[in-house]
Ligand binder design. Structure first.
Ligand SMILES: C[S@@+](CC[C@H](N)C(=O)[O-])C[C@H]1O[C@@H](n2cnc3c(N)ncnc32)[C@H](O)[C@@H]1O
Length: 232
């Protein structure tokens, strides 16, 4: 496990191809999952009166999800941060706009101003001993009461394990079970609001996907979201 940007610098250009190859058995492209995550998050926020205006995409990689978050959540601004300089260069080239900026972890200075942080598939690339520190960075960026949409791959799903075993850049991954992730988040000063499991059926069984909206509390999905709030 590198914990620096080395692994994702190595894969910055090939990231898209490596990911597409790994998730091919699902019959879907990466957009399907990114759009599904952001749409689900948006639905979760419907219950919250206060809408997030300033967003953080922690471990944004090539920045593909950052503009999606901004658009779907109708926010004012978004910052994508990552440890991989090469991924950030691609993100800036493809997605920078007056309302989006991409920064390295070292450049990032925004303290207490973020309303909502999002991350997907980042913490399984951070060594367990360094996760609390990474979470503290997210926490410092958030205002008290700010939300964190924490997405991870579900190690209880055989489909997840299969896809990760096919993924070249997951060779260093150490997955987090939902209870492990909740413990980490609670210890980091977050109150858990909900845990949801998404993405059960591959495209070939898409007629069954309506069921996913009924069983999202059961641990069948290949990914899960823990939505939590910074309380200290
Ligand atoms: C699997 S990619 C996911 C990228 C993006 N979140 C997405 O959904 O497309 C994991 C990303 O986490 C980043 N990463 C790994 N360790 C990190 C850390 N300690 N802090 C911030 N980002 C990190 C990697 O550089 C990589 O871009």
């Amino acid at each position: 496990m590198s914990d620096g940007g080395d692994l994702f610098d190595e894969y910055a250009v090939a990231y898209e191809a490596a990911l597409s190859n790994a998730i091919a058995p699902s019959g879907e492209g990466r957009e399907y999952f990114a759009e599904g995550r952001v749409a689900w998050l948006s639905g979760c926020l419907a219950a919250h009166v206060e809408k997030p205006r300033a967003l953080l995409d922690f471990g944004c990689g090539d920045g593909t999800t950052t503009p999606l978050l901004l658009a779907v959540l109708h926010a004012d601004s978004a910052i994508g941060i990552d440890v991989s300089a090469k991924s950030l260069a691609i993100a800036r080239k493809n997605h920078a706009s007056p309302r989006i900026r991409f920064e390295s972890i070292d450049e990032f200075q925004t303290a207490g101003k973020i309303d909502l942080a999002y991350c997907n598939g980042v913490f399984h690339h951070i060594a367990p001993a360094n996760r609390a520190e990474a979470l503290a960075l997210v926490s410092r960026a958030l205002r008290t009461g700010g939300l964190f949409s924490f997405w991870e791959n579900n190690p209880w799903s055989l489909a997840t394990r299969y896809v990760m075993s096919r993924c070249a850049f997951d060779r260093d991954a150490i997955t987090l079970t939902p209870p492990e992730a909740r413990r980490l988040l609670r210890a980091g000063g977050f109150e858990i609001l909900r845990t949801d499991f998404r993405f059960i059926f591959p495209r070939v069984l898409r007629a069954l996907r309506k069921i996913e909206d009924l069983v999202y509390r059961l641990p069948f999905g290949t990914q899960y979201q823990i939505l939590c709030r910074k309380i200290r």
